[in-house]
Every structure is written in C-alpha cells, then in structure tokens.
Design a protein around this ligand. Structure first.
Ligand SMILES: Nc1ncnc2c1ncn2[C@@H]1O[C@H](COP(=O)(O)OP(=O)(O)O)[C@@H](O)[C@H]1O
Ligand SMILES: [Mg+2]
Length: 355
C-alpha cells in the first residue's frame, strides 16, 4: 500500500493563498472560448479554437483527440506557457477568481507549481539532469513556501517521494534523474507536481511513454491525488481507453475544436459525434484483441488545411451535403452533454442499433 497523501498537507507557513479557492460559480477552473493562433506562411491559424469547459473541485476531466488536435496547446495556454510562441491568445480561464489568460507573468509564476501542478509525457523536460532529485523537490517547495528549515524541507521531500511509491526515498534523494528508471522518473515528476498539494493537476500524456503496468500505476497516483488531496485533474491523452476508468467527464477535440463533451457515460455509452464513436471503435476489445484497426481511418487535417464545413467530413461515415459547407454549431444533446455534428440525431439512432 502506498503511504497516505495526507502527509502532504500544505506547509503551515504558507504563502498568500490564491484570491479564492473557487470561482464565483463554484467551479475551480472555467475555460471559455479559448483560442490560440500561430503564425504560418499563410497567415495566423488557430491551433485551438473555441475550447470551453469547466472543472469542479475534485473532478477528473479527460481531453482526448488524435495527435495535432490542439490538446497540448490548449493545456499549456491555460497555464501561460504558449505566450512566447502564439501570435494570439484569447478567451478566458478563470481559476480561483484569477483569469490565467490575462494574468501577469508574476501572478502566473505564483500559481504554477503551487496551486497548479504539471505532469508531462517526458519527465526529462521537467527534471533537471544536473541537480539531484532531492534538491529539485526542495526547490519546488521553497520557491513558494519560504522559511522552512532544512529538516522540514527534507521531511517533506521524503514524504513526497514516498507518496508516489519511490522506494528507499531517503537514499534516492541524492540521486540524479538519469539514475532513475523511466517509471521512477515519471514518479519523481508526479512528486514534483504534487509536492505543494496543488488544487489542480494538469497531466499531458503522462502515461504515453510508459509500459502498460507502469501506466496503470501512474493513473492510480493521479486518482489518489484527487481522492486524498481533493485536487482536480485534467488529463490529456490520445487514448480514450486511458480515460474510461478514471475520468468523470471527457472533452473530445478534433482539429483544434471541441467536437463533443459530456460525462464518461455519455462519451462511452451514448456518443453523439461520429468521431467519438470512431475513437471508441479503435479500443481493443476482449473478444477481438489487436485484430481491430487501431486508428481512425483517414488523416487528421494539418494546421492551416482545415476542410470546409465540418472539419471531420472527409472521414465521416454520416457526412452529407450540409457537412461539406456548414460548420456545425455546438448543440446541447443531453444534460451536460454537448456535440457539434449536423447528424447528432442520426448518431443517437446508430448507437441504439448497435446495442
Ligand atoms: N509553437 C508552435 N508553433 C506553431 N505551431 C504549433 C506550435 N505548437 C503547436 N503547434 C501546432 O498546433 C497544432 C496542435 O498541436 P498540439 O496541441 O501539440 O497537438 P496535440 O497535443 O493534440 O497532439 C499542431 O498542428 C501543431 O503543429
Ligand atoms: Mg500533445
């Protein structure tokens, strides 16, 4: 059994809290109409266009879509990490009353690593190769919480490593990232993300580079962070299967836009966008393991070559004339369930037939 995360309460000598732990509507994070453009030879093109969702305290939201659909750009823009590269960022992302899109760099630096922990696909992008794991974790704490003694810091660092299941934590403090296996590096990065007991953890493809058993362990750690710290989690993945077990709600992205969002049950049992249904069909099943085609047929559009009308129409089994010319509006198709498809009604019938 892994040690309890309650060992990791916020240090008592705390830095000033964010303005309020929640937004005025009770959400922890509310993203509205996020749009992020990059310069291309053909002019500015949005890589993310109209992403809108909210996240309740303690909720796990999954964002899924093929490579290039704008998942990482959306996530990193929310924490201000695309400011240097994007040619335009608009919309809002209210977190504890602060709009992260318009917040100053100074405000963002206070929030990142303290109220928002970040986990990425490749631990080596977050771990410094020339500093020991212990030093890095201690710095991650002392950056936000001043005045802790060396021994308090060390205790917290050890607790953080134990919490994520790093064995012999005391001994491993003095080691460098390269002395850790891939799975242990990922654990160290999660320890770094959780060390200040953040309210929100954002994880971008945290399990993609890992083998299946370690994938499951990493997902367990994220669920544990939710259960024991009450953290909300956004997990980005190209693999819908990763979300089946842990997500409360799912956002499906295609070519920079949200094509469907809803509860995990809506997305798995009653998908109303053909793309969502195709992503599901790619999941290996028990009866036909590995025999199925494991990708959605056809190619996702590249930036700047968005098809007219509904961007999914060239790959869609339901496409009709209107799909070639008219962009579908997002429509509420159920309680908390939204889809952008001209044929979401047909989809409902199609899914029923399958049952
Ligand atoms: N810094 C950048 N400059 C230009 N284009 C970018 C930049 N970052 C990402 N993109 C483009 O934005 C699109 C979305 O990328 P990304 O969010 O990384 O996709 P995903 O995470 O869903 O695989 C891609 O077409 C990618 O090439
Ligand atoms: Mg990505």
């Amino acid at each position: 059994m892994s040690p309890s995360m309650t060992a990791l309460r916020r240090p008592t000598q705390s830095a000033p809290e964010i303005a309020a732990p929640k937004n005025s509507d009770g959400s922890l994070l509310r993203v509205e109409n996020l749009r992020v453009e990059f310069r291309t030879p053909a002019g500015p093109v949005p890589a993310v266009d109209g992403v809108t969702f909210d996240l309740a305290p303690g909720e796990i939201l999954g964002i899924v879509g093929e490579s290039g659909s704008g998942k990482s750009v959306a996530l990193s823009s929310i924490v201000g990490l695309t400011r240097g590269e994007a040619s335009g960022i608009s919309g809002s992302a209210h977190f504890g009353g602060l709009d992260l899109i318009t917040a100053s760099e100074k405000e963002l630096r206070k929030v990142r690593g303290r109220d928002i922990g970040m986990v990425f696909q490749n631990p080596m992008t977050s771990l410094n190769p020339v500093r020991t794991i212990g030093t890095q974790l201690a710095e991650a704490i002392s950056l936000h919480y001043k005045g802790l003694s060396r021994s308090e810091l060390k205790d917290r660092v050890i607790a953080a490593l134990r919490q994520v299941g790093v064995p012999a934590a005391e001994k491993r403090l003095g080691q460098y990232a390269h002395e850790f296996s891939g799975g242990m590096q990922q654990r160290a990065m999660i320890a770094m993300a959780l060390v200040n007991s953040p309210r929100l953890v954002i994880a971008d493809e945290p399990t993609t580079a890992l083998d299946v058993t370690i994938q499951a362990q990493v997902l367990d750690l994220l669920v544990q962070a939710r259960d024991e710290l009450g953290a909300s989690i956004i997990i980005v993945t190209h693999d819908l299967g990763v979300l089946a077990e842990i997500a409360d709600r799912i956002v499906v992205m295609y070519a920079g836009r949200m094509v469907e969002s809803g509860s995990v049950y809506d997305i798995f049992d009653r998908p109303r966008h053909p793309y969502t249904e195709r992503l599901q069909a790619c999941l290996p099943s028990l009866e036909t393991p590995r025999k199925r085609l494991l990708t959605v047929a056809g190619q996702a559009p590249v930036l700047g070559a968005r098809p007219s009308g509904c961007a999914f129409h060239p790959r869609c089994f339901l496409a009709s004339d209107i799909c070639f010319t008219e962009d579908p509006a997002s429509t509420t198709v159920g309680d908390g369930h939204v889809a952008s498809c001209h044929h979401s009604d047909l989809m409902a019938a199609h899914v029923k037939e399958d049952l």
